[in-house]
Design a protein around this ligand. Structure first.
Ligand SMILES: NC(=O)c1ccc[n+]([C@@H]2O[C@H](COP(=O)([O-])OP(=O)(O)OC[C@H]3O[C@@H](n4cnc5c(N)ncnc54)[C@H](O)[C@@H]3O)[C@@H](O)[C@H]2O)c1
Length: 324
């Protein structure tokens, strides 16, 4: 049985954590990334020295020509992400996310042993239904997918992922569609809720006002620690019986308001700054919590890292990183 795996976006947050776990299972792993967002930091540099890891710096907007045979799984994580990034470059982001998948699909046509392509979609796919109060919580995989009829830059992200879901379905390639919901943990960069709050709270100590503004304070998110997300991803992906289906990735038990999350971080960081309720960030869904029943039943696992423990591990990493 072939043990070759490709992970696109392998230098990014989820890609790197996923690679580390798959490496332990003895796979030969090819990590592809153009480093537009992923980092060639010390942790990553040390990891790619391992003999069963090969890092290939490539832009997947260009046709993929690799002389690797017998690939068993392709995990496709590469793409444009992050609200700020998408808002700045909606056109380029939409193109990037669609072309990279098309090139992966074309590359696959030369492979004989592929068990499946694992496509990383997003929880943002439910956003238009949430915005229009047309959905029940928690968010089930079988909900409809709708597009807004307005020209909103942020929407380029969920639109690209919705198109990608259809692309992979129509390609007739065996696949798995995963929709991650607010995954957090070490080495996730700074443009996600948790690291943004950490940085903000830590920075306030230098300012005279001693105030930290928290945007969308009453919006609720359910956070899932990276190790749990990777565990779900691997169990679903390597299961031979699971294919051509959609699964949420996340933790429905750890739902919290953004302001309460900020309070928790402030307390853990021993900061005294005053938290001020700021305005709502445009386009941010007021609530997001996945229904995890389908995933949990498939992988037979129901217990996950609680938010306090996950935050401590994450803070530990960021405090060391910020001192470097
Ligand atoms: N982190 C989350 O909570 C979350 C939530 C929903 C969906 N997702 C999805 O999961 C996937 C991974 O997310 P992440 O948080 O690890 O993001 P990330 O930005 O850390 O990783 C994505 C990687 O893709 C690379 N990339 C982008 N365009 C490329 C191209 N043209 N060619 C080659 N490499 C390219 C970037 O350099 C980056 O390293 C993404 O597809 C994202 O949409 C993540």
């Amino acid at each position: 049985m072939s043990k070759n795996i490709i992970i696109t976006g392998g230098a990014g947050f989820i890609g790197f954590h996923l690679s580390k776990q798959l490496e332990k299972k003895g796979y030969q792993i090819y990590l592809i990334d153009n480093l537009s967002r992923g980092q060639l930091d010390l942790e990553f540099k040390n990891f790619i020295k391992k003999k069963n890891i090969k890092f290939i710096k490539k832009d997947l907007k260009k046709k993929l020509k690799l002389n690797i045979k017998n690939i068993r799984y392709i995990f496709h994580l590469a793409g444009s992400v992050g609200v700020e990034n998408i808002n700045k470059k909606p056109y380029q982001s939409l193109i990037n996310n669609i072309i990279t998948l098309k090139n992966i699909i074309d590359f696959n046509s030369k492979q004989n042993n592929l068990a499946k392509i694992i496509l990383f979609s997003t929880s943002e796919i439910y956003s238009p239904l949430i915005k229009n109060n047309k959905i029940k919580f928690p968010l089930k995989e079988k909900n409809k997918i709708i597009f807004e009829n307005e020209n909103i830059s942020r929407d380029a992200y969920y639109v690209s992922k919705a198109i990608n879901e259809k692309l992979i379905q129509f390609s007739k390639i065996k696949h798995l569609i995963l929709r991650p919901h607010n995954i957090y943990g070490p080495r996730m960069g700074y443009s996600h809720v948790i690291p943004e709050l950490i940085k903000k709270i830590l920075n306030e100590k230098n300012k005279k006002t001693n105030k930290t503004i928290i945007f969308s304070p009453n919006h609720k998110r359910a956070f899932c620690y990276i190790d749990d997300a990777v565990d779900q991803i691997i169990k679903l992906s390597l299961n031979k019986k699971i294919k051509n289906s959609v699964f949420n990735i996340g933790n429905m038990k750890e739902e919290i308001k953004v302001i309460d999350l900020a309070k928790k971080l402030k307390k853990t960081l021993f900061r005294k700054s005053k938290l001020i309720r700021g305005p709502i960030t445009a386009g941010s869904p007021f609530r997001r919590v996945p229904d995890m029943n389908k995933t949990q039943k498939a992988i037979k696992k129901y217990k996950y890292t609680n938010l306090n423990n996950g935050l401590i591990k994450t803070l530990d990493w960021y405090l060391k990183e910020l001192k470097r």
